[in-house]
Design a protein around this ligand. Structure first.
Ligand code: GDP
Ligand code: MG
Length: 398
């Protein structure tokens, strides 16, 4: 298929609209076939960090970097690492309560504290999309995803489009039935972070403590994809105090674990599937390096490898069954346009639910209030109370 044909198809991705009063009826759809989204890489601005926040061991919000950890890899002079990722499981594991659906709450908390100080003024935010980085990652990988669908709830409020993921019934069922081995594997990923990170720059990791997955450091960034302004936040594993550029997000490092591989076919699969997800997640936030720990069947990490985010595509560039960054970004841009054009009513209690299952197009239906409305009353009321347009007159008490 040539480019022009693709472009024509993309332009035809518009949508028959159903009557607006028909709540919960699908109004339109967006196809996800990779062939529709080839073509030049769209504009994606270098993400710039606006601020950050931390969640503590009790999952409480703090408007600072207290949960940020520092990259501290083992010395490279000896035989390499020997991290026992199963150490401490399950006795030193405090997993986050996954029944608590937090939606965008922590990000909205940050936004409430900082929206008056955003560069570009209130007008900038009114034209922006606010979401988690993880939601954008799912959009980027959608044209290649063959296993897991997603649902994204969208509401427009004072111009801004908010996107918040909804756990699908299938994902919930899988989570509740998660096999013990998978639970342990999740622990092992966090344990690897503990072996690789110190609490202070220049100090050393302490793997004797607990692994508490309530704790998180989140960076808040702005960027632009095509003509879409983005304000999003993502969890960052650590910062490298010895990075060539100490300015965030260029100093951030993403840590991952993966199975040790011994055959070329294993590596192929790894490049086709895992590296796509790693690329999407780190590229969006501007994280330059992903450090992988490869674990053996006994759960020990014996080797490390750094994957520069900007070099990941090279592993699949000549692979017919590989992925293409342009497809990922073009699809994401097309979805954001689709969402902007669909979510027409400005009302925090109205939700447009975008649903996708592999092999099908993205569909949308419309709901009011519970269970899908996700903008919390404390946020809506605080923002409504001092509309930026309302003149601030000093009260007699001031
Ligand atoms: P990621 O890219 O998937 O890791 O997600 P983000 O970096 O966008 O994280 C956004 C927020 O969601 C952070 O507060 C994370 O701690 C939280 N988070 C990330 N993954 C999960 C998950 O699997 N379940 C739950 N409940 N929260 C998560
Ligand atoms: Mg990680």
């Amino acid at each position: 298929m040539d480019r022009r044909e693709n472009k024509r198809k993309l332009e035809n991705v518009e949508v028959e609209c159903e009557p607006r009063n028909k709540l919960t009826s699908p109004a339109s759809s967006l196809p996800t076939d990779p062939a529709l989204y080839t073509g030049p890489f769209p504009f994606y601005g270098r993400p710039s960090e606006l601020g950050c926040f931390s969640l503590d061991a009790q999952r409480q919000y703090h408007g600072d970097a207290q949960a940020l950890r520092y990259y501290s890899p083992p010395p490279t002079n000896d035989q390499g690492p020997n991290f026992d990722l199963r150490d401490g499981y399950p006795d030193r594991y405090q997993p986050r309560d996954e029944e608590l659906q937090e939606g965008l709450d922590h990000l909205l908390h940050w936004l409430l504290d900082h929206r008056g100080k955003l560069e570009g003024g209130p007008g900038w935010l009114a034209g922006a999309i606010v979401t988690w980085r993880g939601h954008l990652t799912k959009l980027l990988t959608t044209p290649y995803e063959q296993q897991e669908g997603w649902q994204l709830a969208a509401s427009r409020f004072q111009g801004t489009l908010y996107l918040s993921e909804v756990e699908t019934p299938a994902a919930r069922a899988q989570r509740l039935a998660r096999p013990p081995l998978l639970r342990e594997l999740m622990y092992m990923g966090y344990k690897f972070e503990q072996y690789m990170c110190a609490d202070k720059p220049g100090s050393f990791p302490d793997p004797s403590g607990e692994v508490n997955t309530n704790v998180a450091f989140c960076s808040v960034l702005r960027s632009r994809l095509g003509n879409h302004r983005l304000l999003f936040s993502g969890e960052v594993d650590c910062m490298d105090p010895r990075a060539p550029c100490t300015q965030p997000p260029a100093c951030y490092v993403e840590l991952k674990t993966s199975k040790e591989m011994h055959r070329p076919g294993h590596w192929r699969n790894f490049y086709r599937h895992k590296l796509l997800k790693w690329w999407a997640q780190s590229f969006l936030l501007g994280v330059p390096n992903v450090v992988a720990g490869f674990r053996n069947p006994e759960g020990f990490v014996c080797s490390l490898k750094t994957f520069p985010t900007m070099e990941m595509f090279e592993y699949v560039r000549n692979d017919r069954d590989g992925w293409n960054p342009s497809v990922c970004m073009n699809f994401c841009a097309a979805f954001l346009s689709f969402a902007q054009n669909t979510v027409v009513q400005d009302d925090p209690r109205l939700v447009y639910l975008f649903s996708w299952e592999p092999g099908s197009p993205v569909t949308v239906s419309k709901y009011q209030d519970a269970p899908y409305a996700f903008l919390p009353t404390w946020y809506v009321e605080a923002v409504t109370r001092d509309l930026p347009s309302a003149p601030k007159t000093p009260s007699p008490k001031d």
